[in-house]
Design a protein around this ligand. Sequence first.
Ligand code: AMP
Length: 280
Amino acid sequence: MIILDTQKDYKKHINLLKSQGEIISLVPTMGNLHDGHLSLVKIAKKKSSKVITTIFINPLQFGKDEDFTSYPRTMSQDVDKLQKLNCDILFAPKSKNEVFNKIDNLKNLKAGPKGNILCGKIRPGHFDGVLKVIYMLFQLTEPDLSVFGVKDFQQLYLIKQMAKIYFPKLKIISAPTIRNKNGLALSSRNSYLDKTSMEIAPVFYKILLDGINYLKNSNNVEETVNYITTNLEKNSFLVNYVSFLNAELEKIKLNTSDKKILLSSVKLEQTRLIDNVEFS
Ligand code: AMP
């Protein structure tokens, strides 16, 4: 695996791959890689001839009281994991300037109204920051495809919308959520959980699944949201939001076969967990 940390070297390698007619896939991450991230690399491997993973903890997507400084940094373990999967290139920019040298061009890149609901409501500006880094990575890499996890459903939705406008030829691939054996969605932030919280955390997903059954019986969204919220609170979760939306992040219509998603974010002690479940 070739490891690069400057934009100049990265661009040089990209140009080489392009001149060789390679089909390039891009897997953007913030590192501290777990099996969820690795599943994206495996999907990318199947669908392209060269896989690029990026590891960059993007300061623009962290609020000022958030965990930018304490976010887990595990570069040498991450390199080992990517090497085992035969990832072709790791781009790990050594500083913000290796990504955002054209930040002025990005001033107008905004996630818009759908970036201000759900996680965007509790993390103002978060999705503007996400879109800026992904825009830059797409522009530098010009990949044929890029793989993102459904785990971050709202992020995936907003990236798809942005790509449609600015990178119309790029294929965005959605990858399913990888969970541990108790159902807890893998996340780099799970490493913040102590032993007791690790035992409680899987209950989050179980309550969401139970909530979907409740909706099917009650046929009442508001009552179900209250039911789920109460259940989460009873189990020590502080609820940020519980929301039933369709694939366009709009209000769901019951009694249709449309895809529906139950999305939620909670805090357990100081750790934010997000998850979602699709159903029809
Ligand atoms: P992050 O490093 O948290 O920015 O995540 C990088 C990519 O991995 C994003 O596309 C996430 O949606 C995806 N991802 C994170 N957790 C999981 C998971 N448990 N299963 C599948 N994909 C995931």
